[in-house]
Design a protein around this ligand. Sequence first.
Ligand SMILES: [Zn+2]
Length: 117
Amino acid sequence: MKHDKIDAIFSKFIRLLCDFTCMRCHKKYPRNSQGLHCAHYHSRGKMSTRFERDNATALCYGCHSYLDHHPAEKAEFFLNLLGQKRFNKLNKLANTPMKIDKEAIYEELKKKVAMLE
Ligand SMILES: [Zn+2]
């Protein structure tokens, strides 16, 4: 799937929120490192959760790859991260098809990133 400018700024937003630290093994990365990913729970194909804060977290390459190959552990990991209520809400949103206003989301993310930087 193509990575666009909104994916790029969303990734930066998530990594900033996580202080450039892998949320599974707690290793910290330099800001410009390619080693830390913005990892999605529900795949980026689902537009309703593609740019949703609760649908993503920072994971290093190793942890990202491990969790993507162990779906049950990945679900458990996000459940622990979010708590039951937010996890349920996220799953419901993921299964709600919707059109999103990409430009509005992009502008919103730009403001949030500027605030965090
Ligand atoms: Zn890690």
